[in-house]
Design a protein around this ligand. Structure first.
Ligand code: 5GP
Ligand code: MN
Length: 343
């Protein structure tokens, strides 16, 4: 396997861990499989090294990840703020996973930023802010979990990695690569897969639980969104789905129910990018996916102050759903230049 992660970072991380007793792991708001997998995966590893490790997340994680070992133990800031604050204040080290700027932690951000202890960033998003003492940022990696595995192996802790840690790490790789269909060109990734399977990880269960299990209402919502709410803009090779508050209520929407919806329009031949706008209680949540190297991260950054990866990005818009939709449609012509095979 290529030694992609620089040895100084690995050495520093190993040192920081060795001098810390209490370690907090944290991630971004609306945590996904990679965020939960990387924090819990490292938590289990640290516990097997005798550390007191705790995961603190900004808000609840979706139920499809509840099969992950340690899921119920995570401190959720919106539910138990005092417990989370106390845990963070007492920490000797904080490892920030799967986000590149403090604002991605919403109301948990000041708690983490004001903590006096050392902070390490472990992440794969572009252009991170320099908010941690040790920045381990590799945007070329498929997932934070891939990077976490490389760090664990690089520090010489593969032997200490147990089944729980390996399960969480593989869950993050599988969700961020959509079961090895995107961002999975690097052959090393399959070597990592082998190493995780050797720990006894049940890959089939991860795929079934994390990717292919949903509620009745989630399925109905997706069917409705595709049949009634999908707009296509053939000259821009773009698709758009919007769901407002009333529609979400009608389908008994729960966190995670629209996971994967944004990808569906890309199944249409010729479609290059897809945007999903959802009216959440606090903002319009923007989700974007693309193929053929089309930079949806630019759209999210320029129109909504968001970001992410070239082909998978997101943002938050503060205004009405209609305004958010109009801004996008008006801007579509500006991005035609990125289309490789113009019509
Ligand atoms: P999703 O569409 O699954 O919510 O997010 C896709 C990607 O975009 C993820 O890598 C995520 O970290 C990033 N992303 C989602 N929402 C935001 C946001 O509000 N701001 C930024 N900077 N990135 C986001
Ligand atoms: Mn990720």
């Amino acid at each position: 396997m290529d030694k992609l992660v620089d040895s100084e970072s690995i050495k520093d991380l190993r040192h920081y861990i060795s001098v810390s007793g209490k370690i907090v792991l944290t991630c971004h708001v609306r945590p996904d499989g990679d965020a939960v997998g990387s924090t819990l995966g490292m938590m289990h590893l640290l516990r097997s090294l005798g550390k007191e490790a705790t995961v603190v997340i900004p808000d609840k994680a979706p139920g499809n990840l509840s099969f992950l070992p340690g899921f119920k133990e995570m401190g959720v800031f919106t539910c138990h703020p005092e417990f989370c604050k106390k845990t963070v204040e007492e920490a000797d080290l904080i490892i920030c996973c799967d986000f590149n700027t403090p604002s991605r932690q919403d109301s948990l951000a000041p708690v983490i930023q004001n903590a006096k202890c050392r902070k390490v960033l472990v992440d794969h998003h572009q252009e991170p802010d320099r908010f941690a003492d040790l920045m381990i940022s590799y945007p070329d990696m498929s997932s934070t979990c891939e990077l976490m595995f490389r760090l664990i192996a690089g520090m010489g802790f593969y032997g200490e990695m147990g089944l729980d840690s390996a399960t969480c790490i593989l869950a993050g790789i599988i969700t961020d690569t959509r079961n090895f269909t995107v961002n999975c060109k690097n052959p090393d990734l399959y070597e990592i897969l082998v190493r995780l399977l050797e720990k006894g990880v049940d890959k089939e269960t991860i795929i079934k639980e994390a990717l292919n299990t949903r509620s009745f209402w989630s399925l109905k919502l997706e069917a409705y969104a595709i049949s009634e709410k999908l707009e296509v803009f053939p000259s821009h090779r773009a698709a758009l789905i919007t769901l407002d508050k009333d529609e979400l209520e009608r389908f008994h929407y729960e966190k995670g129910d629209s996971e994967g919806l944004v990808n569906r329009p890309l199944e249409v031949k010729g479609m290059v990018y897809s945007i999903f706008l959802r009216e959440d209680p606090d903002c319009i949540k923007v989700s974007a996916r693309s193929c053929e190297g089309f930079p949806v991260s630019e759209i999210c950054k320029n129109l909504y102050g968001g970001g992410g990866h070239l082909q998978a990005a997101g943002g938050e818009f503060h205004g009405t759903l209609q305004e958010c939709r109009k801004i996008l449609i008006d801007a579509m012509p500006d991005y035609d230049r990125y289309l490789k095979n113009k019509k």
